[in-house]
Write a protein that binds this ligand. Structure first.
Ligand SMILES: C[S@@+](CC[C@H](N)C(=O)[O-])C[C@H]1O[C@@H](n2cnc3c(N)ncnc32)[C@H](O)[C@@H]1O
Length: 203
């Protein structure tokens, strides 16, 4: 099995962990959407040893890499990674009985079509109980304005890669969340012009 590497995970994992440790409740399992290489799963899961960490991605090479990194985990709580594409209808159905209280999605929403965010929130609404959380991490625009020149340049780059990708506006994130019974409970400025957005299911 081949391990993939994403150097950014080494830079952002500690600041993200500090947020996760504040928001993740003591009980309930954690679903990670778009786990990518699996390096984040390996780093985060041992900090929540009593809870199951369920990694996933839509790409088979990522599933192989997550499996490879999982071998190094000092705790037993990383579950077999799932092949999940949040654009697909009913992706959430096999997860309804997995006791998931938190869904984490790091750096996916700008590197996928808008329909991926729509699918993520619709599925999260079905999976999570009231008070369940969705944690989003990445760059966002505020009032359609970039928060840094580097994000603007990154946005342009993303759109040259795929016209459906791009840095999203956080008011749009909030509006879709509200339509699906989530409230934007907190938005936290993170290093390197990123943000943590925390959505809580309200009803
Ligand atoms: C930039 S990588 C981020 C990976 C990891 N979260 C990290 O921060 O290193 C984006 C990931 O999103 C995944 N992805 C893109 N579209 C997706 C979708 N529709 N459903 C699930 N995963 C998706 C890709 O396969 C890729 O692994």
């Amino acid at each position: 099995m081949t391990k993939k590497y994403a150097p950014a995970t080494n830079r952002n994992r500690q600041p993200i962990l500090e947020i996760l440790e504040q928001i993740i409740p003591d009980k309930g399992n954690i679903l990670e959407i778009a786990s990518g290489t699996g390096e984040h799963s390996l780093f985060f899961a041992p900090h929540f040893p009593e809870q199951k960490w369920i990694p996933s991605d839509k790409q088979s090479e990522c599933i192989a890499s997550i499996n490879a990194w999982k071998e190094d985990c000092p705790t037993e709580n990383i579950e077999v990674p799932l092949c999940i594409d949040v654009i697909k209808k009913l992706w959430h159905q096999p997860l309804l009985s997995r006791g998931i209280k938190v869904i984490i999605c790091i750096n996916m929403i700008h590197i996928s079509p808008w329909s991926a965010y729509l699918g993520l929130v619709k599925g999260a609404k079905e999976i999570l109980p009231i008070n369940g959380l969705v944690y989003l991490y990445g760059p966002y625009k505020i009032n359609n304005q970039h928060t840094a020149l580097s994000n603007q340049e990154f946005d342009r780059y993303l759109q040259t890669q795929d016209g459906t990708w791009g840095v999203r506006n956080w008011e749009d994130i909030e509006s879709i969340a509200n339509d699906n019974n989530f409230v934007l409970e907190n938005k936290i400025t993170m290093p390197a012009n990123n943000f943590s957005l925390i959505l809580r299911k309200s009803s």
